[in-house]
Design a binder for this molecule. Structure first.
Ligand code: FEO
Ligand code: CA
Ligand code: CA
Length: 645
């Protein structure tokens, strides 16, 4: 999704050398955590029928990592999804297909004439994070697919014209999350329809509030005087699977859905509330007029927990994890079995958070852990210039977070997490997107996708963790927890380094040259370890950029595999024109990779022209396409072997 930013200027400031670049493999080896395998064992004990990402520290050594074993693909400008020789990619879940709710499977209409009621039973638009939840190992499972936002130029036959309550309803119905059942049949993945698991959650579904902000005066509205149930979740970007079988979903660019008017206050402006919202929902759904309903604005920007195995369970906004433009959330486990949730706030000059649960993860799946994420300690990260870092507690009554500073209680601290982080001196990063935890080393990786406003007038300049002014290409930072070897995920100190500075090595602008061992890329966004230990990187160069200047040689957005033992990066996939490649979920045996292709054919001005919706792309429907569609794709090796190696 496009992020507005101000004008930027080039800078002669030289980038700090990356620790990755200056350190040798032995040095990198020293930085590896050597924590015990108790938490990894816990994953196996909990199960809930799932095979969650092994976020807990393991004991395997890098020497056991699989090597990159595929032929890399070149940059591409084709309106096609390209995978290496020996692989096949098949579209299985595009926008508009019925998810398979029993008795409610309205057919997709390619001219976008489906109603709001139809859309609420079909896959939403603009797929982003996705998770595979096994029902029968690597042969049958659920896909939990986020629908980040909508292009209303594509969503309606006549685009944005004559906006109405019915259009608001359909736009809201195309947001949210889909749960679909998929099965491998005859070597091909297909939707299982109908399915008792099939479900849609939309921007109009009831979502329960829990944690310190539930019932708080800042959360009470005319529609919900008790402040305990929100209508809807929106801008659901990335997601993470928990060891207890639930999915954590971010609510990212929520501020753009609200109209602020000219009287918006400093607190609202700190959260990016604009005079006019990006969507005209407020014209027919007054909840989104923050001038009239200021507290409704507080009810978005949370991590939402979903139990995909129980279609009747309401999603829950976990306010203890703090309010932010959350990209997503990813769980690690301490040696004694507590959950640690990492989350970045994808906005320029915002921060990275972690939450450490008070209680241990209980055996028994989602039901046994229904309050786990309501109690614990929230922290925000400060990256120091000496390669060390601190987790600063966002705890009411500690440090400056007192009534004298405007924080009445912990509920107000989590609602105003940005203001609290400002007071604590958190490091303001270059748009933290996904995080991934290396199951072998325990190192935590985070993509900083770009921030070309860094160093521009009135904005923060380069710092140790964000070393490039005019950072158009982004970077990846990683850290290990604790002051020294042997730290655990609940540590309040860490040691960090740059894993890679992204960009084309031939870039004429020194600040944007990449320092990558292998195939170049820009604007890293999606990031995930597969079950075998390869790190996967996905990119998001916006359509308004990718056909110009220093972005041209990058080609379409892409997905690459990285061997973290050697640092080698190899291009695995290139997406269709003006599409983002996002969402990465593997079957437990690593023989299938599910990927989302988001906004193929996105117009550089963000909204498609309804008179010419296929101007940029006809993917995935080709010649018969009346408009491009975001879609989930299943990728397999022709010989059935593990992906990437
Ligand atoms: Fe939704 Fe920051 O990507
Ligand atoms: Ca993203
Ligand atoms: Ca992005």
């Amino acid at each position: 999704m496009h992020k507005p930013f101000g004008a930027w200027e080039d800078s002669n400031r030289s980038a700090n050398p990356s620790l990755w670049e200056v350190s040798d493999p032995a040095r990198r080896h020293v930085l590896r955590l050597t924590m015990g395998g108790a938490a990894a064992a816990l994953y196996g004990a909990l199960g809930a029928g799932c095979s969650p990402p092994r976020a807990g520290p393991g004991t395997a050594r890098h020497a056991e990592l699989p090597r990159l074993g595929f032929t890399g693909v070149p940059p591409s400008r084709a309106d096609a999804l390209v995978v290496p020789p020996g692989y096949v990619a098949e579209v299985i879940a595009p926008w508009g297909e019925p998810v398979g709710i029993v008795g409610a499977m309205p057919a997709w209409r390619p001219d976008a004439s489906n109603t709001a009621a139809d859309q609420a039973r079909q896959l939403g638009m603009h797929h982003d994070g996705l998770q595979y939840v096994p029902l029968d190992g690597s042969r049958r499972g659920l896909l939990v697919i986020n629908h980040e936002y909508t292009d209303d130029g594509l969503l309606f036959t006549d685009g944005m014209a004559a906006w109405s309550a019915a259009k608001t309803a359909k736009s809201q119905a195309a947001h949210g999350i889909s749960v679909v059942e998929v099965a491998l049949d005859g070597g091909r993945w297909q939707l299982v329809r109908p399915s008792r698991h099939a479900r849609r959650i939309t921007a109009d579904s009831p979502v329960v509030l829990s944690g310190p902000a539930a019932g708080h005066p800042l959360m009470r509205t005319a529609h919900d005087p008790e402040g305990r149930v929100v209508r809807g979740t929106l801008n659901n970007c990335a997601s993470g699977l928990t060891p207890w079988g639930t999915v954590l979903v971010g609510e990212e660019n929520f501020a753009f859905y609200f109209r602020g008017g000219d009287a918006r206050g400093a607190d609202q402006r700190r959260w990016g509330l604009r005079s006019e919202g990006w969507y005209p929902w407020w014209t027919t759904d007054e909840r989104f007029d923050a001038g009239r309903h200021p507290n409704e604005f507080h009810r978005f920007g949370w991590i939402v927990e979903i139990d995909p195995l129980d279609p009747a369970s309401p999603p829950v906004k976990r306010t203890a994890l703090g309010r932010a433009a959350h990209e997503g959330a990813w769980v690690a486990v301490t040696r004694d079995g507590r959950a640690v949730v990492y989350s970045g706030e994808d906005a320029a000059f915002e921060s990275i958070y972690k939450f450490v649960s008070r209680d241990r993860i209980a055996a028994g799946g989602a039901r046994a852990n229904r309050t786990l994420l309501d109690h614990g300690t929230l922290y925000v990260a400060r990256f120091d210039a000496d390669g060390r870092g601190r987790w600063l507690p966002l705890v009411h009554g500690q440090g400056p977070l007192t009534p004298a500073s405007g924080f009445a209680d912990q509920g107000e601290v989590v609602v105003k997490a940005r203001q609290a982080s400002d007071l604590l001196g958190a490091t303001r990063m270059d748009r933290p997107e996904w995080l991934a935890i290396d199951p072998r080393s325990g190192s935590v990786y985070c993509t900083l996708t770009n921030n070309r406003a860094r160093g521009t007038e009135g904005r923060p300049g380069a710092d140790a963790a964000n070393p490039r002014a005019g950072n158009t290409m982004g970077h990846i930072v990683r850290w290990r927890e604790g002051e020294d070897e042997g730290g655990d995920f609940d540590a309040t100190a860490f040691r960090w380094e740059h894993f890679v500075l992204a960009g084309d090595p031939a870039n004429e602008r020194p600040e944007a040259r990449g320092r990558i061992e292998g195939d170049f890329f820009g604007c890293p966004d999606g990031l995930a370890f597969d079950p075998r230990g390869l790190l996967w990187i996905q990119t998001d160069v916006h359509a308004s950029q990718m056909h110009r200047g220093e972005f041209v040689r990058l080609g379409n957005n892409q997905m690459l595999a990285c061997d973290v033992a050697t640092g080698e990066v190899r291009r695995f996939l290139t997406g269709p024109v003006n599409a983002e490649v996002t969402g990465a979920a593997f079957t437990p045996d690593a023989t299938t990779l599910f990927v989302d292709i988001q906004h193929p054919g996105e117009a550089p001005a963000d909204r498609a022209d309804p008179a010419d919706p296929t101007r940029w792309s006809r993917w995935p429907d080709g010649e018969r396409a009346q408009r491009p569609r975001s879609a989930t794709v299943a990728i397999r090796r022709l010989d059935g072997g593990p992906i990437g190696s």
